[in-house]
Design a protein around this ligand. Structure first.
Ligand code: GLN
Length: 212
């Protein structure tokens, strides 16, 4: 078990610095990942918020799409927030036809889903696996999850006011599937590092190690 794991933040675009700060607050060492060699060194990866269509394009321009996909397929622990959640899905609704995603989590994600009601908002939510007070979740042109496949655990829902979201009510906004974690919201913009602590715990448990 690695006491202080090295976790990369995909740094092509988006809120990289906030994730690095939150990871360090959660007991990890954080590095930017822009090249395949940098990716090889990390034991976990954060895919930040930003714009998934742009991120998809930049991943190809920087020749990083396949290397990231390969490591995810091999079980590298990953946390995607907002656009990062979209990048992890195996089906994206309201995306651009040429936008690609890693398909690491069997789920259908709808881009800009809350936008039809309200673009950006904050609310307190309970997140399974995170003890204590509810988590202050910040949603910025956020996606929601419309379908989860086998092996996907729903960690949080939020009432979107549309009366949809299944029997429990509310749209799915946080999921875990094996070594993959995804949230519609942006835990890195608050001072509360509990979601990052949860992810660092996943990385410690997986002990993926760098690529030799
Ligand atoms: N709407 C963005 C997208 O489709 C995600 C927004 C965000 O990451 N804050 O990628």
């Amino acid at each position: 078990m690695t006491a202080v794991p090295l976790i990369g933040v995909l740094a092509l675009q988006g809120d990289v610095v906030d994730h690095m700060r939150a990871l360090e607050a959660a007991g990890a060492r954080a590095v930017r990942v822009r090249r395949a060699e940098e990716l090889d060194a990390v034991q976990g990866l954060v895919i930040p918020g930003g714009e998934s269509t742009t991120m998809s394009k930049l991943l190809e321009i920087f020749d990083l799409f396949e290397p990231v996909k390969k490591r995810l397929d091999a079980g590298l622990p990953v946390f995607g927030s907002c656009a990062g959640m979209i990048m992890l899905a195996d089906e994206v609704l309201d995306g651009r036809p040429d936008q690609r995603s890693f398909g690491a989590i069997p789920m259908t994600v709808r881009r800009n889903a809350f936008g039809r009601q309200v673009d950006s908002f904050e609310t307190e939510i309970a997140v399974e696996g995170i003890a204590g007070d509810p988590f202050r979740a910040v949603f910025i042109r956020a996606p929601w999850v419309e379908r989860v496949g086998e092996g996907v655990q729903v960690l949080a829902r939020v009432d979107s006011g549309d009366g949809e979201g299944g029997e429990q009510g509310g749209r799915i906004v946080a999921v875990r599937a094996g070594a993959c974690l995804a949230t519609s919201f942006h835990p890195e913009v608050t001072a509360d590092a509990r979601v990052h602590e949860y992810f660092v715990g996943m990385v410690r448990g997986a002990d993926a190690g760098p690529v030799e």
